[in-house]
Design a protein around this ligand. Sequence first.
Ligand code: FES
Length: 129
Amino acid sequence: MHRSGVMIKVTIDNIEVEVEPGTTILNAARQIGGEVVPPAMCYYSKLPGTGGKCRTCLVEVAAGSTADPRPMPKLVASCSTNVMDGMIVKNKTSEKVHENRGGVVEFLLANHPLDCPVCDQAGECHLQD
Ligand code: FES
C-alpha cells in the first residue's frame, strides 16, 4: 500500500492502528479486521456517495482526538466519519453500540424485502448473515 506523510493513530476496541489522513473509522477498523469491524449495509466501497443511511455501522467515540479528547455525545456512523489523531473508538467493547445495533437490524429486517437474488449486495450482505 502507498503511504505518505503523516499517519493518524486511532484506537479501536483497544487495538491501535495507523492510517492515512482522511480514512473513515470503518476503513480504519477494516485494517485491523475481525470483530472490530462494524457491520456496514448501505456503504458500498466501490460506489462513491454511498453510506450514512442505514446506521448499522454506528460506533461510540470515547475520545475525539488528542487535541480534543472529549467523548462524542452520540454514536457516529463509522462509514462517513473520518478518524482524528488520538481518537478512541469502541465497537464491540461498547454497550451502547450493542443495544442500538440490535434495534436497527430488527427494524431493517421488518422493513426490508428479502429479494436477495435481485440485489447487488447479495453474497456480501450483513443483513443476510
Ligand atoms: S453503512 Fe450504512 S450508515 Fe454506515
